[in-house]
Every structure is written in C-alpha cells, then in structure tokens.
Ligand binder design. Structure first.
Ligand code: NAP
Length: 258
C-alpha cells in the first residue's frame, strides 16, 4: 500500500506580499528575512545600498525583488507599490513595514540643531512614513491580513538629550499611525508602530564613543544592546493573522530600557 505524503501546513504569510522599506541593512533587513521565513514574498526597498539589497534578495527562499526608492519622494513611493504589484502577479500587497529612517549622528541639542538637519530628519522619518502609509492605506489588500507597521523609537518615551529632531519626527509618526488605525475601519487593515530601544546597527554605533556605548549597555536591565533579531519577530507577529487584534498601538521593544 502506498504511503500518503503528509503536506506541511502552509506558512502563515504564504501568498502575501510584504513591502519593507529600508531593508538593505540593519533592522529592516532582519524584518525582511523574518517575513520571508513566514512565507511572504518580499519587496526589498533601499535608498543607496543596491549591492546589499541584491545580496539579501538572492538569499531569500522565496520571491523577492529589490526596488530603489527614496521614501521622502512621493513618485518614488508610488513606483515602489507599483513594482510590488507587478512583481507578484498584479495582486495587492498585504503588508507594509516602514523601516527606512535616519538619525543625526552629531546628536545636537535642539538649540544646536541646524535647520537643514531638522528638515532632512523630518523629510525621511515623518514625511517618508506619511507617504508610505498613505500609499498603503489606498492600496493594501482589503478583507483580511492587511498590515501597516511603522518602525519608530523608544526615544519618544526616554526623551534623551541629542535626539530632539529624531524623537519628534518619530512621535509624529506614532500619532499619525494611531489616527490611521481608526480611519481604516472596515478595510481589515491594522496600523501599529514598533518602537525599538538601542539596537546594534550602523545607525546606533555611528557617532558614539565606546564609553557612550558602554553607558547604554549599563543602563539596560538586560545588560546588553538589543539585536535586530529582538525586533523582527515582533513585526512578524503583527503581520500574521494572530496579530490581527492589535491595532492602533505602539509596541516598545527595548528590553526594559524605557
Ligand atoms: P540603518 O542600519 O542605518 O539602516 C537604515 C536603512 O534605512 C537603510 O536600509 C537605508 O537604505 C534606509 N534609508 C535611509 N534613508 C532612506 C530613504 N530616504 N529612503 C529609503 N530608505 C532609506 O538603521 P537601523 O538601525 O536599521 O534603523 C532602522 C529603523 O529603526 C529606522 O527607522 C530607525 O529610526 C529605527 N530605530 C533604530 C534603532 C537603533 O538603535 N538602531 C532604535 C530605534 C529605532 P540604504 O542603506 O540603501 O541607504
């Protein structure tokens, strides 16, 4: 008698497209890898680091395309979503994770913040999130599984000196996303923020002395910096059906730092 082949259960995000901005490096890259492991087809956005985005795409086990787009430019964001639909049979994407972000690594006080640095921070972090979320609100799949996740920061809570423009730009996003969660009533799309604490990436280490890094570690109840792998599964949970009742929230992922 022939033995029946047992089919493994389908992966939770199988047949769904996830767009991850700022996925060439750091936290965004880890989120892309994690969503792919959950079965999603990936749209890997980057701004300048094409080689890194391409090498990521080549290692993912299922569909992945790379798209260069500056999230602070509306036409780039529209083209990113166009490409996401074209690449995977014309179906709308289910998940947007907006992870692209910048930090002024001179860590100026508000009194010492240059106007152009304030404007650039808001252009990428706040306007970029707005443009991506606006496009997602219009275009993500309806009827279940639609997810918007904006990566913000626990600095909104800790209010550390030197982070004025950065924290303010992310606070704006947290407020906007909370409003969107209500505006998206009836679509089945949830909108949440994931707000990491200090995570060991280029962004964290840039402009910090070893002494400053050590002081951050010493402040952490866990006695270490966060890793990108501490953040990605939280985004993965929000993206899956099991995370569907979490809506309009800011989830701080910081090991108890804030
Ligand atoms: P990272 O290593 O510096 O990576 C930043 C990513 O954003 C890169 O993929 C970069 O693309 C992309 N990016 C920058 N400007 C962009 C633009 N205009 N359009 C599209 N993509 C752009 O930073 P990270 O530490 O992974 O941070 C990722 C997110 O987490 C950011 O939003 C950050 O604010 C937030 N966050 C980080 C920490 C931390 O401690 N690391 C803590 C809290 C929150 P290219 O490489 O192609 O230029």
């Amino acid at each position: 008698m022939a033995t029946q082949q047992q089919q493994p259960p389908p992966l939770p995000l199988a047949g769904r497209t996830a767009i991850v901005t700022g996925a060439s490096r750091g936290i965004g890259r880890a989120i892309a890898v994690h969503l792919s492991s959950l079965g999603a087809d990936l749209v890997i956005n980057y701004a300048s680091n094409a080689a890194s985005a391409e090498s990521l795409a080549s290692t993912l086990p299922r569909g992945a395309v790379t798209v260069r787009a500056d999230v602070s430019i509306a036409s780039d964001v529209k083209a990113l979503f166009d490409r996401a639909e074209e690449a995977f049979g014309g179906r709308p994407a289910h998940v947007l994770v907006n992870c692209a972000g910048i930090l002024d690594t001179k860590y100026p006080s508000v009194a010492d913040t240059a106007e152009e640095d304030w404007d650039r921070t808001f252009a990428v972090n706040a306007k970029g999130a707005f443009l991506c979320c606006r496009e997602a609100a219009a275009r993500l799949a309806r009827g279940g599984g639609g997810r918007i996740v904006a990566v913000t920061t626990s600095v909104v809570g800790s209010r550390r000196p030197g982070y004025g423009a950065y924290a303010a730009s992310k606070a704006a996003v947290e407020t906007m996303v909370g409003v969107m969660a209500k505006e998206l009533k009836g679509t089945g799309i949830t909108a949440n923020c994931v707000a990491p604490g200090p995570i060991a990436t280029d962004m964290f280490f840039d402009g910090k002395t070893e002494e400053v890094v050590e002081s951050v570690v010493a402040e952490s109840p866990m006695g270490r910096l966060g890793e990108v792998g501490d953040v990605a599964p939280v985004v993965g949970f929000l993206a899956m059906d099991g995370g569907g009742w979490i809506n309009g929230q800011v989830i701080r992922v910081n090991g108890g730092y804030v």
